[in-house]
Structure formats: structure tokens, C-alpha cells
Design a protein around this ligand. Structure first.
Ligand SMILES: Cc1ncc(COP(=O)(O)O)c(C=O)c1O
Length: 418
């Protein structure tokens, strides 16, 4: 980044490049995180807008992404305002403000505001769809063993309650082509299939699935598709209608970096009437998506901070963010692929992975590897040890504040441990 661009970035976010430096020595004399080496680079400038814990390198941004300081400060200001005006605000202005959030989010997602609601998280979004279907005994749903457990559980609940049949596929870790994946799912579809669930990005391995092709295939069989986008919204550069799916759910506290506890649900206009609400709501027409959005009293100030998170994200830009996150992953995985005693469980094809990757050290269990990385190298990751999904390793997820030096250190640590 040239100097002018850097200064503009800092000016628009309204935060000088001090936050990380100010807190670096707060808890430890030898910080595990790399200090920015001055504002020499666009990403140093972005990193400086986060307050980072010097105790450890945070490569566990797959759970959720911490807020940068400008978003955190804006959130706190919104909470103070809310606390000042109390229920007066909730009764007079809240609905207008929530509508503004919905509209801005829909514009960013590329859909109509009438097709999108703000939920608490992906779990609520996708469970609303799964439980909202008018299931009949013998109906079938298709999904993968590598999909997220909460959604698989909600399908199991439908099996117990309504007698549906859940057909499972198992994804290859290193597919040779998109067709291999498409055919795998296609073989599982049958005349009674009523819903296909697809993870846009498999959370335990980081593998990106060819969702657009899967939707086209499923639609050719008359099957609607629900996409688990927990890990792709504001991570990959796309808009929801590009995927051609019928339903899409995401968590905004993940890659958008919004406060914890906010997500979105997209339902294509012509699919809304098919769904029953999870929470009682009879004030809206069957084809009005707001029937699915009865939240009860909830934290409005943090919901409004979605606007601040969008501001931060859009100043960086989706394409630039995706490219940086992929660069961080490829930088360390390329140093360990092919090393004896190490297995990368994530495809090397740039189209099939971005920030997240999973690695195994053959001589260590996933838990022992995660522990060694933390205790010997102060690198925080998460162990994934699932026989059901056939994935064993640690998941590594850098973020916008991660440095090339940190991912190099990870690669060196893995080689030493192997
Ligand atoms: C693929 C996937 N789906 C759904 C979820 C659930 O997200 P949340 O807990 O925000 O509802 C996660 C969480 O990590 C996930 O990785």
C-alpha cells in the first residue's frame, strides 16, 4: 500500500495506529504476537486497529472474529445511548433502525431486504429452515458427515419427530474436480428428497464446496438447497444470489467481525411461504419473511453495530480481504505440504480453500498437537478429532491482523513437532 492509501485508511476508520502497540506489553514481558513494524504496509495498518492479547498468537478465528477497535468503540457508544434512553428508544425508534440494518446488509449481500432477516447466528438461521419445513414421514434430506453438528442434530430431531430419512455423504478431503463433489451429492438424491444441505466452507477442514454447481444440479432434480454459509459471508468475495441457493444462513460475528450474537438468514422470495416460523408470529403474511424473525427482547445496540462492522469490512473490500486471507493460509501450508510426518487436510487448489486449513502431525493426537503449539510456541489453534467426519488434526485460522511472520513461525513450529 502506498503512503497516501495508508493515511486514508487510518483517517476513515478514525483510529490512529496505536491500539495494538499500546496493549502489547500489558500482560507479558515477551509478547507472543508480533508487534507491527511501523506503518509500512496496508496490513500493518489494519493490524494496528485491533487490540491483541500479547499472551498468544490467535489462530482460532474460526470460532468467531474479535472486533477491531473502531467497531468495538462504536458498539460501546451504541450501548451507552440505548441505556440512556431505555424503553423510549425501543418503543419509538428501534424498528426503523433495525430496518436500516436489514436494508444495508441486504444491499451488501446482493439480495432484496424482503429476502433477509437478522438472526442470532447460523444455528438459528438454519434451524429455522430445517424445522420450518412441512415434513412428512419418508421425506428425505441429504447432507454430509462433515457438516456442522448443530444442523445435523436438527435433522435428527426431524427424523425422530416426523420420520424423515437423512441421507449422508462423506466428502473427499482432496477432490480431483468439482464434478466429483457434484456427483457424490447427486447419487444421494432420490424421488423423495425434499432438501439438500451444503456447507459453503467445511468448518473443520476449510474446504470450499462448488455451491453454484451443486445448486444447479439439485434444482435440475427439483430439490431446493440450503447453504451453511457460517464461514463464507464476508470471508469470500461473493453475493448470496450468485450461489443460486434457496436458503442461506451465516453468523455475522465470524468473518464480518460484528459483535457476538448476530447472524443472517436469506430465503429466496418464492420459498418464504413454504416455511413455518420457529417462534410464534401471526402478524405477517405467509410470504413475508418477517414471520420468521420474532426475536423477543434482544440486544439492539449490538445489532446496530453490524453497520459499523460493515463499514470496516467495506473499507478493506471483500476481494482484498479474501486475497489476504488466502495468502496467509497458503504461506504456511505451502511450507509444510509434503513434509514427512505432516498431513495437510485442506485442498491446495486456491479455489477450494481460503483462510482456514487443517493440519495433522502423525506422531501426535490432535489434542496433543494443539497443546504443544500453545505451550511450546504460544500459538492458539483448535484440535479437531472426529471419527464420524474422518478429520484428525488442528484447525488453523488466521485473521486480518495476522502477520506473515506469525504464519512462518507456525510452519516452523509444525516442522519441528513433526
Ligand atoms: C459450518 C458451521 N455452521 C454453523 C456454525 C454455527 O455457528 P453459530 O454458533 O454462530 O450459530 C458453525 C460454527 O462454527 C460452523 O462452523
Amino acid at each position: 500500500m502506498n503512503k497516501r492509501e495508508f493515511i486514508r485508511t487510518m483517517a476513515v476508520t478514525g483510529l490512529a495506529a496505536t491500539a495494538a502497540g499500546r496493549h502489547l506489553t500489558a500482560h507479558a514481558t515477551e509478547p507472543a504476537v508480533s508487534a507491527p513494524r511501523g506503518p509500512t504496509d496496508f496490513w500493518d495498518g489494519i493490524r494496528a486497529q485491533y487490540r491483541l492479547d500479547p499472551a498468544r498468537v490467535n489462530f482460532e478465528n474460526g470460532y468467531y472474529c474479535i472486533m477491531p477497535e473502531p467497531v468495538l468503540e462504536a458498539t460501546l457508544a451504541r450501548m451507552r445511548d440505548q441505556n440512556l434512553s431505555g424503553s423510549y428508544y425501543l418503543r419509538t425508534r428501534m424498528e426503523d433502525d433495525r430496518l436500516a440494518v436489514r436494508r444495508r446488509l441486504a444491499e451488501f449481500a446482493g439480495c432484496a431486504a424482503e429476502e433477509l432477516i437478522v438472526t442470532r447466528n447460523t444455528t438459528e438461521s438454519l434451524d429455522t429452515v430445517i424445522a420450518g419445513f412441512d415434513w412428512r414421514a419418508g421425506d428425505e434430506a441429504v447432507m454430509a458427515v462433515q457438516d456442522y453438528g448443530s444442523m445435523l442434530d436438527m435433522f435428527r430431531v426431524q427424523a425422530r419427530r416426523h420420520g424423515i430419512v437423512n441421507r449422508m455423504v462423506s466428502l473427499p478431503r482432496h477432490p480431483a474436480s468439482d464434478d466429483e463433489i457434484v456427483q457424490l451429492y447427486e447419487r444421494a438424491l432420490g424421488p423423495r428428497t425434499r432438501l439438500l444441505m451444503v456447507s459453503h466452507l467445511v468448518n473443520i477442514t476449510g474446504q470450499i464446496l462448488p455451491v453454484r454447481k451443486l445448486c444447479a444440479m439439485a434444482h435440475a432434480h427439483g430439490v431446493p438447497v440450503m447453504v451453511d454459509g457460517a464461514h463464507t459471508f464476508a470471508h469470500l468475495d461473493f453475493q448470496i444470489p450468485d450461489l443460486g441457493c434457496d436458503f442461506y444462513g451465516a453468523s455475522l460475528h465470524k468473518w464480518l467481525g460484528a459483535p457476538l450474537g448476530h447472524g443472517l438468514l436469506y430465503v429466496r422470495r418464492d420459498r418464504i411461504a413454504d416455511l413455518w416460523p420457529l417462534f410464534g408470529e401471526t402478524n405477517f403474511a405467509d410470504d413475508d419473511i418477517r414471520k420468521l424473525n420474532h426475536l423477543g427482547t434482544h440486544p439492539v445496540p449490538t445489532e446496530l453495530a453490524i453497520l459499523d462492522a460493515l463499514d470496516f469490512h467495506q473499507r478493506i473490500g471483500s476481494a482484498r480481504k479474501e486475497a489476504r486471507l488466502r495468502q496467509l493460509q497458503e504461506r504456511w501450508t505451502s511450507q509444510v505440504r509434503g513434509v514427512a510426518g505432516l498431513t495437510v487436510n485442506t485442498p491446495a487448489d486456491p479455489a477450494r480453500a481460503c483462510a482456514i486449513a487443517n493440519v495433522r502431525v502423525d506422531r501426535l493426537s490432535p489434542a496433543a498437537l494443539a497443546q504443544a503449539l500453545l505451550e511450546q510456541h504460544r500459538i492458539w489453534t483448535v484440535a479437531i478429532d472426529s471419527d464420524a467426519a474422518d478429520v484428525h488434526g488442528v484447525r488453523v485460522t488466521p485473521n486480518l491482523f495476522s502477520t506473515l511472520d506469525e504464519v512462518d513461525r507456525l510452519a516452523a513450529a509444525l516442522r519441528a513437532l513433526a
